[in-house]
Design a protein around this ligand. Structure first.
Ligand SMILES: NC(=O)c1ccc[n+]([C@@H]2O[C@H](COP(=O)([O-])OP(=O)(O)OC[C@H]3O[C@@H](n4cnc5c(N)ncnc54)[C@H](O)[C@@H]3O)[C@@H](O)[C@H]2O)c1
Ligand SMILES: [Zn+2]
Length: 357
């Protein structure tokens, strides 16, 4: 088992990474000294596979778990699911010392985390991420939210979990497309922060051995922890984690979240950001090629074929993104593999070219 510490003063916590960790959930929660009653929040894909195991380990450790299942998919990050969760917590009489276990991907983690942050003004929660994206990204760092009709993650807060337990075995049942989408965030960490990680991925992808997977997930968590430690609420540095996300989010918006998974959209966004990095910060042509090739090795898309009308829609969506301030689109760019700068101003015509080629 690998352990990564997220050092945030009295809100510090550990991320534990390894195969077969789910059966230890009960003991791990017992070590945290949490109250007896707890609720596992999961979705209709994950609960049938893993909820029984999670319930059993918690019961064996002396807890009294109940299971709350929400529909699988992004629609579960809604005010409606939120209300359903609150009602069930109240019906089961969860109290201040009770806690919540988020068992699932980023959707369940974001929803359950927001429930935990707000029910009774906040009760403890533990993340058990079951997608690659959730293990390397969404379960770490404390951003929790639900969506509104007007946009994603518009109602949320920062609320750190007490523990993140990444059982790598759960990834075995993850659909291949979801796994690849998670790799897009993994590659991102290499580009923005760690050239050795990037080289390791060049060597090991498309197939990560169990040993390599464990090392890679741990390294990604470490990087996210380091960034979050320095800038928990995204007033600066944390923005580097958005590399490839300005164009990626806009692509998701104009396709109404139907065509691309998040990871696929940001793969395209990262390749475009690499091209912009070449123009604005002098990233070498060779490194742009290495970046493009690595996404291809991971079977991720590297460009979007857009009609002129759709390209216009893309720009409009970028200008509406919440990362825009004062009407100017600012980018995270990489002067070389392993380093990133946020807040880079990019001339409009460069963006157009990067999306076009
Ligand atoms: N809080 C953050 O910092 C942060 C960061 C990135 C993304 N997010 C959010 O995360 C969400 C996306 O997360 P995601 O990609 O994990 O999607 P997801 O939670 O929808 O999971 C993807 C699909 O895989 C299924 N699934 C999950 N684990 C499985 C398993 N082990 N076996 C079989 N099927 C499984 C799910 O039911 C779902 O159908 C978005 O809402 C996004 O906004 C949050
Ligand atoms: Zn992302």
């Amino acid at each position: 088992m690998r352990i990564v510490n997220v050092p945030l003063g009295h809100r510090s916590y550990e991320i534990k990474i390894g195969a077969g960790l789910l059966v230890r959930l009960g003991d791990e929660c017992a070590r945290l000294g949490l109250g007896r009653r707890c609720a596992i929040i999961s979705d209709t894909n994950v609960a049938p596979r893993y909820a029984r195991k999670a319930m059993r380990t918690l019961s064996t450790a002396g807890f009294e778990p109940v299971l709350i299942t929400v529909p699988a998919g992004e629609t579960a990050k809604s005010l409606k699911s939120l209300q359903a969760c609150y009602d069930q917590l109240a019906a089961h009489r969860l109290e201040r010392k009770s806690f919540i276990v988020a068992l699932g991907g980023g959707v369940v983690g974001d929803l359950a985390g927001f429930v935990a942050a707000t029910y009774l003004r906040g009760i403890a929660f533990v993340q058990v991420p079951t997608t690659l994206l959730a293990q390397v990204d969404s379960s770490v760092g404390g951003k929790v939210a639900v969506n509104l009709k007007a946009g994603k993650n518009l109602v949320g807060t920062f609320y750190q979990p007490r523990l993140v337990l990444c059982d790598l075995d759960t990834l075995k049942t993850l659909p291949a497309r979801e796994y690849r989408a998670g790799l897009a965030e993994v590659i991102k960490y290499g580009i923005i922060y760690d050239s050795a990680l990037f080289r390791r991925l060049e060597r090991d992808l498309p197939k990560l051995t169990p040993k390599s997977l464990a090392a890679v997930v741990a390294r990604c968590c470490e990087i996210k922890a380091e960034v979050v430690e320095q800038d928990e609420t995204e007033s600066g540095l944390r923005a580097v984690l958005n590399f490839g996300h300005t164009i990626g989010h806009a692509l998701e918006v104009i396709s109404h979240y139907g065509q691309y998974l998040h990871g696929e959209a940001i793969a395209i966004g990262q390749v475009a950001a690499a091209r912009l990095s070449a123009q604005v910060l002098g990233l070498s042509a060779h490194e742009v090629e290495r970046i493009t090739n690595l996404f291809q090795r991971a079977s991720l898309p590297t460009e979007a074929k857009l009609t002129p009308t759709r390209r216009q829609a893309l720009f409009a969506a970028m200008r509406l993104d919440k990362k825009v301030s004062g009407g100017e689109i600012k980018f995270v760019l990489a002067p070389k593999i392993g380093q990133a700068q946020f807040g880079c101003k990019v001339p409009y015509k460069f963006i157009e070219q990067a999306v076009r080629s």
